[in-house]
Design a protein around this ligand. Structure first.
Ligand code: AMP
Length: 399
């Protein structure tokens, strides 16, 4: 059992996040990120036993270069023999994948086919897998899908009210994302409340730069706010979340926007950034409210919190019981301001926050921040990498 690690890789279009994790106890001796790939500023930062080491990457700054660097670093630090498998975060598994999957040629071909559903994400994931296959040719590789946890949603939840052929012929439906996070925090919540395994029913709010809400009944996802793409649902850092689709035609037909401009507007210029005219970063917005009484920032955060509360309330229709609500993600784990605001809209559901516990439960702490007679309000730091490591170990039976 000892000293066997899974290398977890999360490959984006211009970055690779990686960590070496012991799946049985979560020990993480090495982690890091290669950033600005494909640019002159490409660099890689290793965090080895808590110490940060930053290196520039040599030209041509591609994903393969970064992976070679990681292999070299593992060798230098005598980890190579202890890595037994590689686990990849893959954004979109479509309807094909509801479980973590050992990667082979067929799986790679299917991932290519699914790329049209996630053109911004899956191609980068495929690049990462290909580079890792070359770098770690002797090791089994596993894909863990962001969409997989939501494959238990009923048709009532995942179908859009569009012509049914669009679903049948083109797979247009709600898939949902952040599945690994919602899965992890709902399992942790079940333990925290001492409920029997696989019985907990929760509404979990993953609030980070991307944000989604998930209704979980007896440990299974039954509805979630992101859709065919991660653009829908609640307000996010730079994404709009749900808007009237008629706005898109108004922008194009009446205001002269191009398709690309609308895409950029909804994905990059909206959300907290667009509303606050200040930042997509929740911390900066809170500081502007608290230090400068910035009313535009307050409006942005009011809308952010109200929309989350509305989505949580809507998901009471998806559940037959509710053991509690869960906050996670960078904002959910750390912002007592946002948690307080969101829960203030939900007193009808018997949800009331204890102010002292709310302020105390931040920066990696987990706990119930509700008052004694309220339904539980749980803060649970997410750990998607640990889930990927554990599922990779399980699929490959390497530990
Ligand atoms: P994530 O995408 O999960 O890494 O979350 C990023 C978001 O978490 C950003 O909007 C940060 O501003 C926010 N965040 C991190 N720490 C804090 C904090 N102490 N207070 C408020 N927001 C925070």
């Amino acid at each position: 059992m000892e000293n066997k690690f899974i290398l977890v890789i999360n490959c984006g279009s211009s970055s690779i996040k990686f960590s070496l994790i012991a799946p049985h106890n979560g020990q993480e001796p090495l982690s890091g990120i290669a950033q600005n790939l494909l640019t002159e500023q490409a660099n890689i930062t290793f965090k080895l036993n808590g110490e940060k080491i930053k290196q520039d990457l040599p030209s041509p700054f591609v994903h393969h270069t970064a992976l070679s660097h990681i292999v070299h670093f593992l060798q230098q630090n005598k980890f190579s023999d202890q890595v037994v498998a590689v686990g990849h975060r893959v954004v979109h598994g479509g309807e094909r994948y509801s479980e973590p999957t050992l990667i082979n040629d067929d799986v790679m071909a299917t991932l290519e086919q699914l790329s049209h559903l996630a053109p911004l994400h899956n191609p980068a994931n495929i690049t990462g897998i290909t580079a890792a296959q070359q770098a770690f040719s002797a090791l089994p590789q596993v894909a863990v899908f962001d969409t997989a946890f939501h494959q238990t949603m009923p048709a009532m939840a995942y179908l859009y009210a569009l012509p049914y052929e669009l679903y049948q012929k083109h797979g247009i439906r709600r898939y949902g994302f952040h599945g690994t996070s919602h899965y992890y925090v709902s399992r942790q919540a079940t333990r925290l409340l001492n409920l029997p395994e696989s019985t907990g029913s929760f509404i979990s709010a993953h609030l980070g730069n991307g944000a989604s809400i998930c209704a979980i009944e007896n440990g299974k996802s039954v509805d979630t706010s992101m859709g065919l793409t991660p653009l829908s649902g609640v307000v996010m850092g730079t994404r709009s979340g749900d808007v009237d689709p008629g706005i898109i035609f108004h922008l194009i037909n009446s205001l002269g926007y191009s398709h690309q401009q609308v895409n950029d507007l909804l994905n990059k210029d909206s959300g907290l950034l667009g509303l606050s005219k200040l930042s997509n970063d929740c911390r900066a917005i809170e500081e502007a409210i608290l230090n400068d009484n910035n009313q535009q920032a307050k409006l942005a955060l009011d809308i952010f919190c109200y929309r989350i509360a509305k989505q949580i309330a809507a998901y009471t229709a998806s559940l037959t019981s509710l053991d509690g609500i869960i906050f996670t993600g960078g904002i959910g784990e750390n912002s007592d301001y946002v948690r307080q605001q969101v829960v203030s809209f939900l007193s009808v559901l018997n949800l009331v926050i204890d102010n002292t516990l709310n302020i105390q439960t931040r920066f990696g702490k987990a706990g119930n921040i509700a008052t004694a007679d309220s339904r539980p309000v749980l803060v649970i730091p997410t750990n998607e990498e640990l889930v990927i490591a554990q599922q990779t170990a399980e699929v490959t039976q390497t530990l």
